[in-house]
Design a binder for this molecule. Structure first.
Ligand SMILES: [Zn+2]
Length: 384
């Protein structure tokens, strides 16, 4: 494997701005590199995600490695010490938006697959670069998974070079109270929807959230609250909407999450409605992706063959991975959480270095990830 070219490729990917919904240029760059590396089949699906395949010499499993190629925006450019689109290396680190989340992982996967000795492999390795993941996890990945039909999936989100066998999910919950408008000089003629919401919020604070031995406690965090009319000049608000970010544990469903809340705030005798928020986003190809913002958690046992084979492959490349889980939500919400396909996470960088000012990755992590992916591919698809 030409690791210097892999590092240069990762720098190039950082230099291409690819905010969610604007990934066309980076997809073209990814395709160009896969061509140079001799991928057998390269295509772009209807959402604009790229899918590159390398085939072994005989029939066998299909291993899909996924990385999303979109990034979050730069909210405060003046806080950055380096150009977020410079792909600059300073000291031991490579800096830029997407360095940790997750352009270096994509570069490493593509180089790992591209350097595989096909004569030693059965089955095929597929690398997907998915779009709009930062807006809705798993929504464009569903199209990839449903067409590739993998036997195993590796998600390349940051694991600090460990093997993640589980991940928390995420849901957006919308709560609405409806009151009655009145002039604020005569509040007794109205019903204040914000006061109603305040009671619901207090009640939700007391909801006992579930616990998972491996992933820890579920979370429910109030992220916004909006009243109508706004601004409410001398008007009693007739409507109030609050949004909660709920971090999910394995086994939690749409119904179980909602029922948990209904069981408690209803004691306050305040009427309210509750639902899972709907998401709708347009891809750069013009496709509208819609869905409920409920992305399930997932978990596989430590003795699962995928976990064990991945560890074996990584040890052969000189790594000593721990077994861990994702606290954030990833594309695995679909392949593992919905489709039930055996999935693990392995990637360079840490969860804490995603979405931050001066996002970076140690160059040594990028190098180790490239050889690590190669080790995992060989371990899972080896003919021996
Ligand atoms: Zn990510």
């Amino acid at each position: 494997m030409n690791i210097d070219s892999c590092i240069a490729f990762a720098q190039d990917l950082i230099r291409i701005s690819s905010m969610s919904g604007k990934e066309k240029t980076i997809i073209e760059r990814l395709i160009a590199e896969m061509r140079i590396l001799g991928f057998d089949d390269i295509r772009v699906d209807e959402n604009g995600s790229s899918i590159g395949t390398i085939r072994g010499k005989g029939k066998g499993s299909t291993l899909l490695l996924d990385g999303h190629c979109d990034t979050v925006e730069i909210t405060n450019p003046s806080d950055w010490s380096f150009n977020p689109f410079g792909g600059e290396i300073h000291g031991e680190n490579l800096y830029g938006r997407g360095a940790a989340d997750m352009k270096c992982a994509l570069a490493a996967m593509i180089y790992a697959a591209g350097s595989i000795d096909r004569s030693q492999l059965v089955g095929s390795v597929v690398i997907s670069a998915t779009v709009v993941e930062e807006l809705m996890e798993g929504i464009s990945f569903k199209t990839v998974v449903d067409s590739v039909k993998p036997d195993f999936v590796i998600i390349g989100e940051a694991t600090d070079l460990n093997v993640n066998r589980a991940g928390r999910g995420r849901a957006e919950i919308k709560i609405v109270t409806t009151g009655k408008s009145a002039h604020s000089s005569s509040p007794h003629l109205g019903v204040n929807a914000v006061n109603m919401m305040a009671k619901i919020i207090q009640s939700i604070e007391k909801v006992e959230l579930p616990m998972d031995e491996f992933l820890g406690k579920a979370q429910m965090v109030l992220t916004d609250i909006i009243s109508e009319p706004y601004p409410g000049y001398s008007v009693i608000p007739n409507k109030c909407i609050s949004t909660y970010d709920r971090r999910l544990l394995p086994g939690e469903t749409n119904d179980s999450v909602i029922n948990m809340i209904l069981a408690d705030p209803s004691k306050t005798n305040v009427p309210f409605s509750i639902s899972i928020e709907q998401g709708e986003h347009q891809t750069y190809t013009g496709r509208i992706l819609k869905g409920e913002k409920f992305f399930p958690a997932w978990s596989f046992p430590e003795n699962h063959e995928l976990v064990q084979n991945a560890i074996k492959g990584l040890i052969q490349t000189g790594l000593s991975p721990l077994v861990s889980g994702y606290q954030f939500c990833t594309n695995a919400a679909y392949c593992a959480g919905v489709a039930g396909i055996p999935t693990i996470g392995f990637g360079p960088g840490t969860e804490g270095s995603a979405h931050i000012v001066n996002e970076f990755i140690p160059v040594s992590d990028l190098r180790a990830a490239a050889f690590g992916y190669k080790g995992i591919i060989e371990s899972i698809l080896s003919t021996q």
